[in-house]
Design a protein around this ligand. Structure first.
Ligand SMILES: [Zn+2]
Ligand SMILES: [Zn+2]
Ligand SMILES: [Zn+2]
Length: 144
């Protein structure tokens, strides 16, 4: 899903050293079609090398702070991580299954948000919009 991104370049542009750990975390998150929890990322990273849990969390925090990764609040207790919106990663809405908790990325532009009405009554500056849809995923629906 992320063949157009050069992770080394992304890190260096943010003034971060392209350490093997950071590169590996970006490969895992960027290569996955849905957002991942820190535990998922930790498990996947460790299939090809060793990074302890604390290091993975520290890398995630740093990449979120530099706006390379995005932390998504999807209603559950888990924090999920995906690539932050950028030239290769347009902002897109997410779907969360209310029954099994599965989270899916939806196509960019699939939900149109019109901020006109908000801007008329809200004097502040809106910098980010996160759209979350909730319902039943196809799996749960077929078992209902
Ligand atoms: Zn990418
Ligand atoms: Zn489900
Ligand atoms: Zn996504």
């Amino acid at each position: 899903m992320c063949s157009r991104c050069n992770y080394r370049e992304i890190l260096e542009r943010a003034g971060l050293e392209a350490t093997p750990g950071r590169l590996r975390v970006l490969e895992v998150v960027g290569g996955h079609p849905a957002p991942l929890s820190a535990a998922d990322i930790h498990r996947t990273v460790n299939r090809t090398g060793r990074l302890d849990r604390v290091t993975v969390y520290r890398i995630l925090d740093r990449l979120v702070r530099e706006k390379i990764l995005q932390e998504l609040s999807l209603g559950g207790r888990r924090r999920l991580y995906g690539m932050a919106p950028s030239e290769h990663h347009p902002p897109h809405p997410h779907f969360r299954c209310a029954r099994c908790g599965a989270v899916q990325c939806l196509p960019p532009g699939g939900v149109r948000v019109d901020l006109g009405g908000v801007r008329r009554v809200f004097a502040g500056e809106i910098r980010e919009v996160e759209v979350r849809l909730e319902g039943l995923c196809a799996n749960c629906l077929s078992r209902a």
